[in-house]
Design a protein. Structure first.
Length: 225
């Protein structure tokens, strides 16, 4: 069944028309996800050093989000919650039907729409490095982290306290590495979310920029998902 789901998504991934999604004004603290970290790690200590403030930190992929943008935000928000930080994934504009299909096949819930943020909102951005691709209001927000697999942009590495940026096939592959660095077990749902992003952005590991990180993650996640 797992192999069938992976095959179906790999075959049917394609750019389709935009899908309107629901919106909620409810931004109460998110429930923790996953096991408590078993021990302090360098990754956890870096996270603790960030200026989290007292309100929810939102995790966003880029505007007009594709599967990798959505799933990298979802999976990274889950990791932050597992480490004890109040984070929620959101999308800044409507998602395409490819993303809706991936969520249905892999069995995870899509994030809600939140098109803008107030000044001083804490943000984590995934799968992009440009303000033009970021949620409205990001220039006046506090960007705590960037997880990206593109060239550096005007959301510069130097201006962000924690950056994981490598030129690989999928931002979700970097999220996968962050789970390993944090020593947090990837549960079935997180594995499905991450796997969907990698399969989509690398077109089932067939694109030329697919890296060893991508190709190592997929078989491992396929067993978990």
């Amino acid at each position: 069944m797992k192999e069938t789901r992976l095959w179906m998504v790999a075959i049917l991934m394609c750019g389709l028309s935009c899908l309107v999604i629901s919106c909620s004004v409810e931004d109460s603290p998110a429930e923790p996800v996953g096991p408590e970290p078993s021990a302090d790690t360098e990754f956890l200590n870096k996270m603790r050093s960030l200026d989290w403030g007292t309100d929810t930190c939102f995790v966003y992929g880029h505007k007009t989000p594709d599967v990798d943008a959505v799933t990298s935000a979802l999976a990274y928000a889950r990791l932050m919650r597992a480490l004890g930080f109040n984070c929620k994934a959101k999308v800044s504009s409507a998602m395409n039907r490819e993303t809706e299909y991936a969520a249905r096949i892999f069995g995870f819930e899509l994030p809600e729409l939140k098109t803008s943020v107030a000044p001083q909102t804490r943000l984590i951005v995934t799968d992009h490095s440009e303000y033009a691709q970021c949620v409205d209001g990001a220039r006046d927000a506090i960007i705590l982290q960037k997880i990206d697999h593109h060239d550096d942009g005007d959301i510069s590495d130097d201006a962000v306290p924690f950056v994981r940026r490598e030129i690989v096939g999928s931002a979700c592959s970097l999220v996968y590495q962050c789970y390993k660095d944090a020593r947090i077990d990837i549960d079935d749902e997180a594995a499905s979310i991450i796997l969907a992003g990698i399969v989509s952005d690398t077109r089932n590991l067939s694109k030329g920029f697919t890296s060893l990180i991508d190709s190592t993650a997929v078989p491992t996640l396929s067993i978990m998902a």
